[in-house]
Ligand binder design. Structure first.
Ligand SMILES: [Zn+2]
Length: 148
């Protein structure tokens, strides 16, 4: 089967998050039939430190499918997930994780706690990093440059 990336939808969500004054990170969840849910960061809007793009997308996809797990689904996110989101991705039984930019400061997949490599991790997705990483990194850099 030919690989089709959904990262452009995650990037759209990241841009929309930036326009709302949120840290520009976007996520999309894809099932066998296509896109199930998409979301951008809303921590400021919701006054909720857990309202990361991945968490919102997982909640929305689970609600849409009326199930507590997303077995067989893929998650695309513009930035390396933090430890909280990595744990949620594991609990949701996401099959494949595609992410863009690496996050040396807060990432929990390839650095920091490396959640999926932890012995307590019950389910690790296949991980593909660096997808459209340059675009995601540029968006984050612009956003934080404007904040200063
Ligand atoms: Zn997160």
């Amino acid at each position: 089967m030919e690989f089709r990336s959904y990262m452009h939808i995650a990037m759209d969500e990241a841009h929309a998050a930036a326009a709302r004054g949120e840290v520009p990170v976007g996520a999309v969840i894809v099932g066998p039939e296509g896109v199930i849910a998409q979301a951008g960061n809303r921590t400021r809007e919701f006054n909720d430190p857990t309202a990361h793009a991945e968490i919102l997308a997982i909640r929305s996809a689970c609600a849409a499918l009326d199930q507590e797990r997303l077995t067989g689904c893929d998650l695309y996110v513009t930035l390396e997930p933090c430890p909280m989101c990595a744990a949620a991705i594991s609990n949701a039984r996401i099959a494949r994780l595609y992410y863009g930019a690496a996050d040396p400061k807060s990432g929990g997949v390839a650095q920091g706690p490396r959640v999926f490599n932890h012995p307590q991790c019950h389910h690790a997705p296949e991980v593909y990093d660096g997808l459209d990483a340059a675009a995601s990194e540029a968006l984050l850099k612009d956003f934080f440059a404007q904040k200063r």
